[in-house]
Design a protein around this ligand. Structure first.
Ligand SMILES: Cc1cc2nc3c(=O)[nH]c(=O)nc-3n(C[C@H](O)[C@H](O)[C@H](O)COP(=O)(O)OP(=O)(O)OC[C@H]3O[C@@H](n4cnc5c(N)ncnc54)[C@H](O)[C@@H]3O)c2cc1C
Length: 412
């Protein structure tokens, strides 16, 4: 049986591993439009900050693929899927037939449609090539003494990029549309604790601002805001979210909404075609995070080998801000909009610690931990276990409360 995978990110590699484990000796062909072997995107931040070398980004040596019978075709874009003939067409005019196909083509950075977004000196960060271009620009700005940079977007990626560029020696301003940073990961009270710490790192944050246009004299010179001053910048990095790469699926006639629709087995609407990772939409959700790409890749790979052998039930969202000296993790539901939830909070500005738990029917369904990395594994377990913690009340937030005692019991 021949398994074909479009894309070479974490969903693709996880599926490839599951296929080779479930069907040893099977032919697995991976096609990617990138010229680089598989790497982990979060490491691009460390690369940008100068903490990792290019060669440290790659995850597996060639033997890893050979041992599993996985052939990777670099710089080979899939341009069409013909579901009736069970074939993919490649940009180089080649083609490949499949018995089972996985679409794991990920997502692309969203570029807000503001004038000047295509100017020289304006970047997004998704790939190694993006990171190389940003790094090169940052180095040239520093040698020219033109240190001002702007990051558009105060989400996880925006703050991580801002921190990396600051480490490189740039003076970074983060432009945030909403009234607080990381509005998907933290509530307003926690964000004010966080913002003080971000500013201590030398990053300037401007909230409630909207970009009007990007100014240039052949190369970027600044960002003009809808209200407020123009912010000078010789490098602009846009981190305004992602859009799933659905074109292949749409053109092939698959059911697509915001992402490619998949069921519990990660099957799309076309026979023998599966989807996983940032491109897949399951029950109206597109988490676009690594834990979802891994779970979906594993389930898709197993079902491609043995239909019905694995089931996907969704992923508890869990994200961590990776900025040196700052620990922020959000798990599950952190800002419920409906009635019936209880929220426990504690903030200590002096130590920069903020904890929030969201409970429903005595069970933790979400948590925010700022400045407290130790509790992350236990709280993640508790959210997954749905353990009843009602009898502990507010003491759950105490520094010396032993969460482990509850998780060891599998819930109270
Ligand atoms: C800098 C950065 C840091 C991040 N940090 C975190 C983090 O800390 N935690 C977290 O959970 N998530 C993080 N993310 C998000 C995470 O990387 C994605 O959720 C994850 O990569 C999705 O995996 P994927 O395999 O679905 O898609 P991708 O990793 O996007 O891989 C898709 C691949 O398909 C290729 N492709 C696209 N179209 C075609 C085509 N037509 N033909 C062939 N190949 C094609 C793409 O080039 C790409 O190589 C980060 C993202 C970035 C950019």
């Amino acid at each position: 049986m021949k398994f074909v995978i479009a894309g070479n990110g974490i969903a693709a590699i996880t599926a490839g591993r599951a296929i080779s484990a479930g069907a040893p000796g099977a032919q697995v062909e991976i096609y990617t439009d990138e010229p680089h072997p598989y790497y982990l995107r979060p490491r691009l931040i460390q690369f940008l900050a100068g903490r990792l070398r290019l060669e440290d980004l790659y995850v597996y040596p060639p033997e890893w693929y050979a041992k599993r019978g996985i052939a990777v075709h670099l710089a080979t874009k899939v341009v069409e899927v013909d579901t009736s003939r069970q074939q993919i067409l490649l940009e180089d005019r080649g083609e490949s037939s499949y018995d089972r196909l996985l679409l794991a083509v990920g997502s692309s950075p969203f570029r807000p449609p503001v004038p000047g977004i295509g100017q020289d000196g304006v970047f997004t960060l998704r790939t190694i090539d993006d990171a190389l271009a940003i790094k090169d620009r940052a180095e040239r700005c520093i040698s020219a003494g033109s240190r001002e940079a702007v990051v558009i977007g105060g989400g996880l990626l925006g703050l991580e990029c801002a921190s990396a560029l600051t480490t490189q020696g740039l003076e970074v301003t983060v432009l945030q549309r909403g009234s607080w940073l990381l509005h998907k990961q933290i509530d307003q009270e926690g964000a004010s604790v966080l913002q003080e710490q971000i500013e201590r790192l030398g990053i300037r944050v401007m909230g409630n601002v909207q970009t009007e246009s990007i100014l240039s004299n052949g190369s970027v010179t600044g960002v003009s805001l809808k209200s407020g001053p123009t912010v000078p910048a010789h490098l602009v990095l846009c981190a305004a979210g992602v859009t799933p790469n659905t074109d292949l699926a749409k053109d092939a006639g698959l059911e697509v909404k915001r992402g490619v629709l998949v069921d519990h087995q990660l099957r799309t609407s076309a026979e023998y075609v599966y989807a996983a990772g940032d491109v897949a939409e399951f029950q109206g959700k597109l988490p676009c995070i690594i834990p979802a790409a891994v779970e979906q890749g594993r389930v898709a790979g197993a079902n491609m080998v043995e239909p019905g052998s694995a089931t996907y039930h969704g992923t508890v969202p869990s994200t961590t801000l990776k900025v040196v000296g700052l620990d922020l993790t959000s798990i599950g539901l952190i800002a419920p909009q409906e009635e019936g939830y209880q929220e426990l909070r504690r903030a200590d500005r002096a130590t920069g610690v903020y904890r929030k738990l969201v409970l429903r029917d005595g069970r933790i369904v979400g948590a925010i931990l700022l400045g407290d990395r130790q509790r992350v594994p236990e709280l993640t377990k508790l959210v997954k276990q749905g353990a009843d913690v009602s009898r502990y009340g507010d003491s759950l937030l105490d520094d010396d409360f032993e969460l482990q005692a509850i998780t060891n019991e599998g819930g109270a």
